[in-house]
Structures are given as C-alpha cells and as structure tokens.
Design a binder for this molecule. Structure first.
Ligand code: SAM
Length: 201
C-alpha cells in the first residue's frame, strides 16, 4: 500500500492546514508578491500550446499561470481542498485529485504524454520517503521522449540533494541543468535551494 504523503498526514492532524495555506497565498498576492517565478521559467522552456503536468499543483499557482499563457495544463494534487481552490481560481486547466506515487493519467482518460513536468513549491519534501523514486518514475513515464522536468525544493527539509540526484538517476532521468533559484542562479554545493532541469532519455 502507498504510504501517505507528509502533506496528507499534516492535513489529517490539522484540518485547518489547507485553508490556512490558501489564505497565506491570497495574502501574498494581495501584498503584490511575485508568485509566478517558477511558471515563467517553465514557460521559457516551451513553445506555446505545450502540454504541462503540474505535479503537486496545490492551488494551481504555477499551472494556472501556464494555462493562462496558452499551455494545456493538467495538475494533480493529493489535497482535495487545494484542488477545489485551483478549480475555482483557474478553470482553464484540468485539476485532478491523486497521489503522485500512483500517477496513471492514461487510466483517467488523459492519454497524451507531456512536454514538461513542473514540480514546484517543495512538493518533493512532502512526499513519503518510501515513494520518492516511484514518484520520479511516474513523472518520467508521463513525458514524451526527450521531455523534461523542472523540480525545485529547499535544503534542510529532509530530502538531501544528493539523495534526490541518486533517486532521479534510478528513475531514469538525466540531468540537463542544476540551478539554485528559479531566476537562473547556478547551483553550488552549499546552495540552500535546488532547481533541477531533468530530461527523459
Ligand atoms: C507547499 S504545496 C505546493 C503547491 C504548488 N506546487 C505550489 O508551488 O504552489 C505542496 C503540495 O504538494 C502536494 N503533495 C505532496 N505530496 C503529494 C503526493 N504524494 N501526491 C500528490 N500531491 C502531493 C500537497 O498536497 C501540496 O499541495
């Protein structure tokens, strides 16, 4: 049986968790914060009308922007409260409830492969540890040959970057580019954030 994600366990322990998360991002938007840096980088990787899988899409912050500029976006997230908010805020994309460790979109009527998977906002650090490689495998299974992934998360959150690099390789991803920010600063061994651009061979 698939081990529930850390996020799922947090929401079970605190039923207000998801609503508080939604409110935090509403407040940031109201304060004029730029919430679209990840999406702009991914947009720069793609021609218009590309197919984007937003893995751990939350409120649709990233995928919603990408749908808004003309990509075909499918977001998958395990938190039904956040998926409902994504549907409310971004009706132009497809938002599905599901565990990334069990991702099988053809079985849900989404047969076409994706050009890119975006996985932003520390999603990787909320996965159950036992599911990390499987999630990376399933992401890869959903991209077209030569398709890519843009995966970002912070240091000190329980998923050492070295472990991630090893897991990504086991899952069959090649590394195209390592950054330490979504605005293209290079990755260094002491970086406190990682943005990995991976390629399916
Ligand atoms: C901090 S939020 C980030 C949401 C979104 N990517 C963003 O950047 O705005 C982390 C998200 O990861 C999702 N998540 C974590 N593990 C998951 C899993 N195994 N399957 C599906 N979603 C998962 C949670 O439900 C939550 O919405």
């Amino acid at each position: 049986m698939t081990e529930p994600s850390i996020w799922t366990r947090m929401t079970a322990e605190n039923p207000e968790h998801s609503a508080a998360y939604i409110q935090r991002f509403r407040d940031l938007a109201a304060a004029g914060q730029d919430l679209f840096g990840e999406a702009r980088l991914v947009d720069a990787m793609l021609p218009r009308g590309s197919r984007v899988l937003d893995a751990g899409s939350g409120t649709g912050r990233v995928g919603g922007f990408l749908a808004g500029v003309g990509h075909a976006v499918v977001g998958v997230d395990g938190d039904p409260v956040l998926v409902a908010e994504a549907e409310r805020q971004h009706p132009g994309a497809t938002w599905l409830i599901g565990d990334l460790a069990e991702l099988d979109l053809p079985a849900r009527g989404v047969p076409e492969p994706f050009d890119v998977v975006v996985c932003a906002g520390n999603v990787m650090t909320f996965l159950a540890e036992s599911t990390r490689v499987e999630v990376l495998r399933r992401m890869r299974a959903h991209v077209a040959p030569g398709g890519r992934a843009a995966i970002g998360f912070g240091a000190g959150r329980g998923y050492p970057f070295e472990d991630f690099f090893a897991d990504a390789a086991v899952a069959g991803w090649a590394t195209d580019l390592l950054l330490s920010t979504w605005d293209l600063r290079p990755f260094t061994p002491d970086a406190d954030f990682l943005v990995a651009i991976l390629r399916s061979g």
